[in-house]
Design a protein around this ligand. Structure first.
Ligand code: FES
Length: 675
């Protein structure tokens, strides 16, 4: 295949798009003509360096092309003199200035593609391809003339001529800054375009001069912590991550106490809104500061959070979420601006993810996007354990979601020696089966130790975090100190002085050294039992709705899920019995989902569609929930199978009443006892 003297054949890889163009056409113009994904911010002025391409050398029989590096005309003075913002790599040419003079195969490297795969994986972003909502376009305008042409009209014409872009609406907020942007000489400025549901991109803001910097932030607003990532929107790279306490804690430790505060204090919702927005603004400032990003370069923010955080950050009274029927003001995604939320980032748009139900928020929607139960051929159970546990179960066939009121015990609250997972907290526990003596691992100290070790290095032991209390109780159960019904067995005191009377119950001395006296008390065990029974009942309820007996893909999201040992989760019966490698922590899935939504329009669409498919299960009004809750109080469970677990550990024999208990099963259409 040989092009005529006037036309040349050109093939772009990796897309395989090809066609013929007049000799002398620039590579960028050819790419636009043929619909090739080749980036350009400066509109072909040799300023940005985003259009780099590599002419291939070799014989391409498939396309009948003998391609050489000479197929592109030798760099002229403009290309030789160009010093673009993005450095030109060896062997590459600037596509906007390199002209095609022979048939050629041209490779477009990933870095020059707008829709490029994300490479860096600070968080789990497998398979994520950038599908930008925000694009930048540098335009230069002719000097203004007395011909009645408005600035917007001049910009529209320049975008069409210099970038081949037709722009739709111009945001009111953008109008105020346009004259300032194009006040210089030459009249050059970078306009920020945003894809929306409108057929054409909107012009949302502008920046004087040339810039190819576009950044965004993805924030998960939790009731305890607010955590976020700063992301380069052009590469998907996570440049900075940070978190801080949610200052709303001073209005109430948990969500419902904050709703109570609003109910009892006129204007209380405003207090909570101001608190969370202030913290959000501070977090964004911190993220930009640590990444060296100017506030004006932040163009997009994605927020996810539970329904009450969702409402409060948007300035919506959350009290309807405090009682039945838990009606959301909206379950749709919300598009707004940082300015509207009192955030000091005037160029940033804000996307607040969709909620699922009154107790299941945009954070769960984002976690679903990250882990994709709705994309899975086999059933997947996704559990995010915090003060509430959000539970999603499903596959490509159907998806169910529920929230279960676990309370804060798993986070170390309501536990006599509980504390957050910081240095000095016991995070791992083993109990010797013969001596019933403990050994523990402390955050900040790699070595296992105990309270008989005398002087030891490392941080002072200060308490037990969530994973530590789970392991302590599970190990005490396996060692026979705690019975299946959760009772700390007083008769064991005859074997070890670590079991001590505590009023009418008993406690186990886990760590005693000087002023540090850490016990596992009967109340601690009860608190964990109640929390785990609520979680497990929610899971079992969804399994019943789905008509499933077994689940072999269990994903534990969030900080707690990241630290809990799946074996001990199964010993306590937090999750159903299954092969151990079927249970795994997936980290901050909500944060990962928020980043996905930040850099990809198609991911936003996917999340919104997935949320619409979810079948909501309200644990508060399901009669079966109470029955399942009672059955889930025992360790690991009163009646459920422990077939896999019993192959891994020596489980104490179940009480005879449990052995004879009849197992209730329910299909999606019946509540009859079936066995
Ligand atoms: Fe900007 Fe080529 S398009 S340098």
């Amino acid at each position: 295949m040989t092009g005529s003297a006037e036309h040349r054949h050109v093939v772009f890889t990796p897309s395989g798009r090809r066609g013929s163009v007049p000799t002398g056409t620039t590579v960028l113009a050819a790419a636009r003509e043929l619909g090739v994904d080749l980036d350009s911010v400066c509109g072909g002025r040799g300023i940005c360096g985003h259009c780099q391409v590599v002419p291939a050398a070799g014989s391409f029989a498939k396309w009948a092309i003998e391609s050489t590096v000479d197929a592109l005309r030798a760099p002229g003075s403009a290309e030789s003199a160009a010093r673009p913002a993005r450095e030109v790599t060896a062997g590459a040419r600037l596509g906007c200035l390199a002209a095609i003079q022979h048939d050629v195969v041209i490779d477009v490297p990933a870095a020059s593609q707008v829709h490029r795969p994300v490479v860096r994986k600070a968080i789990a972003l497998d398979d994520l391809v950038i599908d930008p909502l925000v694009t930048l376009a540098y335009v230069e305008l002719r000097p203004a003339e007395m011909d009645g042409t408005s600035l917007v009209t001049a910009i529209r014409a320049a975008l069409a001529a210099q970038h081949g872009i037709d722009v739709g609406a111009v945001d009111t907020g953008a109008l105020a800054g346009l004259h300032r942007t194009f006040a210089g000489e030459p009249r050059g400025g970078t306009v920020v375009l945003r894809r929306t549901t409108d057929p054409l991109p909107r012009l949302v803001t502008s920046v004087p001069g040339f810039t190819d910097h576009a950044y965004g932030a993805a924030i998960d607003i939790g009731s305890t912590t607010i955590a976020g990532h700063l992301v380069d929107l052009t590469t998907g790279a996570v440049l900075a991550s940070a978190g801080r306490m949610n200052p709303q804690i001073r209005f109430g430790e948990d969500l419902m106490s904050r709703v109570s505060y609003v109910m009892m204090n006129p204007g209380g919702d405003t207090d909570l809104t101001v608190a969370v927005r202030t913290a959000l603004d501070e977090l964004l400032v911190e993220l930009c500061g640590s990444a060296g990003v100017a506030a004006t370069e932040l163009f997009d923010i994605v927020l996810v959070g539970n329904p009450i955080m969702h409402h409060l950050v948007l300035g919506i009274d959350p009290t309807p979420l405090g009682s039945a029927p838990f009606e959301l003001a909206t379950d749709e995604a919300v598009a707004t601006t940082a300015t509207a939320l009192d955030l000091g980032f005037r160029n940033a748009s804000v996307y607040v993810g969709p909620c699922i139900a009154g107790h299941v928020g945009a954070d769960t929607a984002a976690a679903m996007l990250a882990e994709g139960p709705y994309r899975s051929d086999h059933p997947q159970l996704l559990v995010d354990i915090g003060t509430n546990a959000e539970i999603v179960l499903g596959s490509t066939t159907a998806v169910w979601a529920a929230s279960s009121p676990t309370g804060p015990a798993f986070e170390g609250a309501q536990i006599s020696s509980g504390q957050r997972a910081t240095a000095g907290a016991i995070e791992r526990v083993r109990i010797d089966r013969d001596t019933l003596a403990p050994s523990v691992k402390i955050i900040g100290d790699e070595a296992w130790t105990d309270d008989t070790a005398g002087s030891r290095r490392g941080p002072t032991v200060t308490g037990v975090c969530g994973s530590g209390i789970i392991e302590a109780i599970a190990e005490l159960f396996l060692a026979g100190v705690i019975a299946a019904d959760g009772t700390i067995r007083g008769e064991v005191a005859a074997r070890t002085d670590r079991v001590v009377a505590d009023g009418r119950t008993f406690s186990y001395r886990l760590f005693a050294s000087g002023p540090t006296q850490l016990f596992v008390t009967q109340n601690d065990v009860r608190a964990i039992q109640l929390a785990k029974a609520a979680l497990r009942a929610g899971i079992d309820l969804l399994l019943e709705h789905a008509g499933l007996d077994v689940i072999t893909d269990i994903r534990l999201a969030g900080a707690f899920g990241a630290h809990i040992d799946p074996l001990y989760a199964m010993v306590l019966g937090l999750v159903p019995d299954c092969p151990l490698d079927g249970v795994r922590g997936v980290g901050n899935a909500a944060g990962a989902g928020a980043v996905r939504a930040l850099v990809s329009a198609s991911q936003r669409t996917e999340m919104e569609a997935a949320v619409r498919r979810v079948r909501k299960v309200e644990t508060a009004i399901e009669p079966r929930f109470q029955e399942l809750f009672v059955a889930a109080m025992a360790f690991p469970h009163t009646t459920a199978s422990v077939a896999h677990l019993s192959q891994l550990v020596d489980l104490p024999a179940r009480p005879s009443s449990a052995n004879s208990a009849r197992r209730r099963r329910r299909t999606p259409s019946t509540t009859e006892e079936t066995s």
